[in-house]
Unconditional design. Structure first.
Ligand code: ISJ
Length: 392
């Protein structure tokens, strides 16, 4: 029997009230899940641990979802304050397996494209982040804070969800793809950044921090990569992330930690990053959720020291982040799974979209350059949205 086509799965995504699509750039993971067997809205790590033990008992389907970045609440959302669900059925496209009970979804014709009615940017972002720069210049112990901004776009019509998935596959082939749908809301991310993968007692994570644009041609691109690799500010920013991840993994009893001594370069269509892959071994009593709790937020999304950075984010950013930069992913019934961080992302409901982007700020950061960097980081979602204005 031939496995269902992705085209059919994308139709089902659009028709289901609850759905998920999750794919990794290494081609090892691609899931579509539909229907809802169980859900947890806005749970803490501890509540998620208890809920997970209950719903995964004797079940075949994995669980998908994510934690909000921090405790700040978004009032009008049933998705952005943290949401996990166990789909009624999950299609593993890589292994060509179906887990759970197939549900019938009837094909319908779709909406006919949308347009941008208004676009609102946080044009005062520079002034607000300058406060954090001044603070770090005066307080040497305040090393780094990642500050985000949002772009709000009012659309003229609903989004075509099938097209979102197709656009991610076409325009962001080197990123993870995550699309989560619940209660008429969507969260979409094309993130390059893995928080943690656990498989057969082995752990893999990565530090992704330090950013430069892509070049117009191969030699310009290599020159920029070289500039990034030798840039002292970016190397310091990156090293802060590597050192914190390492000590948090040691605190979580991860052994045999391995990582290259100097960073590599990770390229996405819009930007390139300093990148250090890190692996280790898990003890039998450890769990994916316990490691996420220990790692999140890394200074790639929060800062250093963490408590000061979280307070600064809450004080300076205009709106709560919700799932933006939060841990999102999949947990298999056997406890293996993979979480990424929800950056290069957007939240959609009711013809309204919020796009998110942030940048690591240090004492010697230049506010205008950081703003330009966040513009580049908004492009993956802008490109996905622009394709909606061109297609059927
Ligand atoms: C916060 C974001 O990106 C993070 C910040 C980076 C940086 O400042 O160099 C790089 C990668 C991410 O860890 C984002 O894309 O929104």
């Amino acid at each position: 029997m031939t496995f269902v086509t992705e085209e059919a799965l994308q139709w089902s995504f659009e028709l289901a009230n609850d759905a998920v699509y999750f794919a990794s750039p290494d081609g090892q993971t691609k899931y579509y899940g539909f229907g809802k067997q169980a859900e947890l809205i806005g749970g803490s790590f501890e509540q998620a641990q208890i809920w997970l033990a209950k719903v995964q008992k004797n079940q075949l389907q994995p669980v998908f979802g994510g934690f909000a970045f921090d405790e700040q609440q978004i009032n009008d959302s049933r998705l952005m304050n943290g949401y996990f669900f166990q789909p009624a059925v999950v299609y593993d496209v890589v292994k060509q397996q179906v887990m759970g009970q197939k549900i019938d979804l009837v094909r319908q014709t779709q909406s006919s494209g949308t347009d941008f009615a208004t676009i609102k940017d946080e044009t005062d972002w520079h002034t607000r982040i300058q406060v954090a720069i001044d603070d770090m210049q005066q307080n040497m112990v305040h090393e780094k804070v990642v500050l985000g901004r949002q772009r709000e776009i009012q659309l003229t019509a609903a989004l075509n969800e099938r097209q979102i998935i197709k656009s991610l596959q076409k325009t962001q082939p080197t990123s993870y793809h995550f699309v989560l749908k619940h209660g008429g809301e969507l969260f979409v991310s094309a993130t390059p950044e893995r928080l943690v993968k656990v498989a057969n007692g082995q752990l893999a994570t990565a530090a992704v921090a330090g950013t430069i644009k892509r070049g117009e041609n191969e030699s310009a691109d290599e020159a920029l990569a070289n500039e990034l690799w030798h840039d002292q500010k970016n190397r310091r920013e990156h090293q802060t992330v590597v050192a914190t991840i390492k000590s948090n993994l040691e605190a979580a009893n991860i052994t045999q930690l391995k990582m290259p001594e100097t960073p590599q370069i990770l390229k996405n269509p819009q930007v390139q990053h300093l990148y250090t892959p890190i692996t280790g071994t898990l003890s039998a009593d450890n769990s994916l959720l316990a490691i996420i709790k220990q790692l999140h937020p890394t200074p790639a999304l929060g800062g250093k020291p963490s408590t000061w950075a979280l307070e600064t984010i809450a004080a300076i950013e205009k709106y709560p982040r919700g799932l933006f930069s939060g841990p999102i992913g999949v947990i298999m019934p056997d406890g293996d799974g993979e979480f990424i961080v929800g950056i290069r992302s957007m939240w959609y409901r009711n013809k309204l979209v919020n796009l998110f982007a942030g940048a690591g700020i240090l004492a010697d950061s230049d506010a205008a350059m950081e703003y330009q960097e966040t513009d580049l980081k908004l492009l993956p979602m802008m490109n996905v949205l622009k394709e909606q204005t061109l297609h059927d």
